[in-house]
Write a protein that binds this ligand. Structure first.
Ligand code: PGA
Length: 254
């Protein structure tokens, strides 16, 4: 399975800074790296058009993802950006259900499911995030909690619509905290999710990817990225530092 490394820039960088960082990153990457590793950046909505235009014009080695997408197609939904609008910009991926959206903006499992449907209907690859809070991890009740979150996010997806889907395990206690889940924990969770998903009609052994996110850094990336079941990583803080992000990418043994 082709590994994937995604940089989630969150609410950082204006579009000029984003352009600079995209170009710096592209320049730092090995020739033809895109044939071996999918490298994605998820900037703020305001930078999507500039970055995607540069990627297309100069055939960069990087692909662009949105950090979120609306659950709605069009109409009276002030402040929303639809999957169709993103697709018109040539954007091919969208992060959906990040824990910051769930916790800070109160996004429910139902809303996230609608977003996944809208993404898939418009040929966007959903990067579906799920993860347990610390109390849940400590009470050892995390697997049923996580499987339920995943099942609700993908409810009703039809095989003929899903080309590719990425499941990102992001334990809430590991995001931005410097505490990374152990490789054993991650394998346990991703194996359970994979088992759950593998009987769904849209599961595709060649295309469905399972990744990890939460305090990924140059120090822990190699162990995570060179483990078979972990198909990639979602990187927050360290993706804003090109040297660190490149080190993470280069830690993949090709
Ligand atoms: P972090 O964020 O790498 O800063 O922990 C990960 C994420 O929120 O996707």
């Amino acid at each position: 399975m082709k590994k994937i490394v995604i940089g989630n820039w969150k609410l950082n960088l204006d579009h000029l800074e984003a352009i600079q960082l995209l170009q710096k990153l592209n320049y730092s990457l090995d020739v033809n790296i895109e044939d071996k590793i999918d490298i994605l950046l998820a900037p703020s909505h305001t930078s999507l058009r500039s970055l995607q235009t540069i990627v297309d014009a100069d055939s960069l080695k990087i692909q662009i993802s949105s950090q979120d997408v609306s659950a709605y197609t069009e109409g009276a939904y002030t402040g929303e950006v639809s999957a169709m609008q993103l697709q018109k910009l040539n954007i091919t991926y969208s992060i959906i259900g990040h824990s910051e959206r769930r916790l800070v903006f109160g996004e429910s499992d139902e809303l996230i499911n609608l977003k996944v449907h809208n993404a898939v209907d418009n040929n966007l690859v959903p990067i579906v995030c799920f993860g347990e809070p610390e109390e849940n991890r400590n009470s050892n009740n995390y697997l049923p909690y996580l499987l339920n979150q995943v099942n609700l996010a993908i409810k009703g997806l039809r095989k003929d619509k899903v080309n590719e889907i990425i499941f990102a395990y992001e334990p809430i206690w590991a995001i931005g905290t410097g505490k990374v889940a152990s490789v054993e924990n991650t394998i346990e969770v991703l194996s359970a999710v994979k088992k759950e998903i593998s009987n769904k009609p849209f599961y595709d052994e060649e295309k469905t990817r399972f990744i990890y996110g939460g305090s990924v850094s140059p120090t822990n990336a190699s162990e995570l990225l060179n483990t078979k079941i972990i198909d990639g990583v979602l990187v927050g803080g360290a993706s804003l530092d090109t040297d660190k992000f490149v080190q993470i990418i280069k830690s993949i043994k090709l």
